[in-house]
Design a binder for this molecule. Structure first.
Ligand SMILES: NC(=O)c1ccc[n+]([C@@H]2O[C@H](COP(=O)([O-])OP(=O)(O)OC[C@H]3O[C@@H](n4cnc5c(N)ncnc54)[C@H](O)[C@@H]3O)[C@@H](O)[C@H]2O)c1
Length: 381
């Protein structure tokens, strides 16, 4: 038997007690989500929890359970093969990743929660978790997207913080999941609010020789970059589908970055200009406009002359993965029209009008100039 004072005072401890104390101080990590990026996130953090004494080795990964065409449960296959055969085939996640289909069980001991599901599911998941998370837990959101309510837009980190009653940072960057799964070099940005110590823990948890993570004190800036670039990627896909060439694509990326910055600063005046030069800003924009899924599906949409719906193309081309740019364009449009800002953001508004079939894909370039001339200038925002 040991006394409490011996447990608290390291100088009074036996090696056995010391070990027990150290174990009790280690953070337990749970990844909520197991899609393409969720699986890569689990792999990244699992390699670090094994290496560092700050964390428990095991990483729990909550899986939205599915039955595979073979009749097996996805969770069983992940735990049997150490691979997410549906969302990240061919990549070993690390033996210390344990897939768990029971959401409450997966999070019950966690003090570091990595939230990484498509944004449309975040609110429902948080509702199920409210009151079931350790009060001292910290969260980080890797989710790209926002929620629009009557009283305005709400970022995912805010939703998570409010619903779970815990602090939430964000991690965004030029991160096409499959490339990082293959351990190809990339960078990412952690955005934090006040808690620099928490940001440092997140950097320690995610940083690897092939995944360089830095932190900035600008949650909204980092999160809005990650969210809005998907709208620009849809515009880039239209330009690709119409074979308008590299100059047009570069122009779309430049205009998109300008609108991303202006929109973010109008909504949150604290957003920093420098954030747009981090991995979450210009680098993520470039990679998403060159290779991401939003670009790819928008290219197919433009090639069909806007005749095939995004829903149909998403199902055909993404096999269960989710498209973000089209719904984010709709959310952004709602904010713009509600606040009387449509004329300030010709690219963002055109993307939505094309997606819903009110304009042909070619309007992305042809109508842009007309609207720009008629509209107000973004000036120095
Ligand atoms: N894939 C990437 O390259 C990448 C990179 C950076 C960020 N992201 C962002 O990460 C987030 C997660 O994307 P992903 O790529 O991991 O997912 P994904 O699109 O690959 O997979 C979809 C996931 O949603 C799950 N799902 C389906 N229905 C559900 C439901 N009703 N409730 C809960 N979950 C359900 C599926 O099981 C699957 O795990 C998104 O916000 C995405 O924008 C993705």
């Amino acid at each position: 038997m040991c006394s409490i004072s011996a447990f608290l005072n390291p100088y009074m401890m036996t090696p056995h007690l010391q070990e027990a104390r150290n174990a009790s101080l280690r953070s337990k990590v749970t990844v909520v989500g197991s899609g393409n990026w969720g699986s890569v996130a689990a792999k990244l953090v699992a390699s670090n929890t094994l290496r560092s004494t700050s964390f428990h080795d095991e990483v729990r990964m909550w899986v939205f359970e599915e039955t595979l065409p073979s009749g097996e449960k996805l969770t069983d296959v992940i735990n049997g093969t150490n691979e997410n055969v549906k969302y990240l085939p061919g990549i070993k996640l690390g033996k210390n990743v344990v897939a768990d289909p029971d959401l409450e069980n997966a999070v019950k001991d966690a003090n570091m929660l990595v939230i990484v599901t498509p944004h449309q599911f975040v609110e429902g998941i948080c509702k199920r978790l409210a009151g079931k998370i350790k009060t001292e837990a910290e969260a980080i959101s890797l989710v790209k997207g926002m929620e629009v309510k009557v009283d305005g837009p709400r970022m995912m980190s805010t939703l998570i913080s409010q619903q779970l009653g815990i602090n939430c940072s964000v991690l965004m960057g030029a991160n096409i999941a499959n490339e990082i799964g293959q351990e190809k070099f990339s960078e990412a940005t952690v955005g934090y609010r006040q808690n620099k110590g928490a940001a440092e823990s997140w950097v320690q948890l995610f940083n690897t020789p092939y995944f360089n993570v830095t932190s900035v004190q600008d949650v909204e800036g980092v999160e809005l970059c990650g969210t809005l670039k998907n709208v620009v990627a849809v515009a880039a896909g239209f330009v690709d589908g119409l074979e308008m060439g590299n100059n047009a694509k570069a122009a779309i990326m430049r205009i998109g970055l300008e609108e991303m910055k202006a929109f973010s600063k109008l909504l949150f005046p604290t957003v920093k200009d420098s954030t747009f030069f981090e991995s979450c800003g210009v680098a993520d924009l470039i990679t998403t406009c060159l290779g991401g899924r939003n670009r790819g599906v928008a290219e197919a949409f433009a090639k069909s002359g806007g005749k095939r719906s995004f829903d149909e193309l998403e199902q055909e081309l993404l096999q269960g993965q989710k498209l973000q740019g089209v719904s984010t364009a709709s959310d952004v449009y709602e904010v713009l029209s509600h606040r009387g800002w449509l004329e300030l953001f010709p690219l963002f508004s055109l993307v939505h009008e094309i997606c819903i079939g009110h304009l042909p894909p070619s309007a992305i370039v042809h109508q842009y100039n007309q609207r720009k001339l008629k509209g107000k200038s973004l000036g120095r925002l």
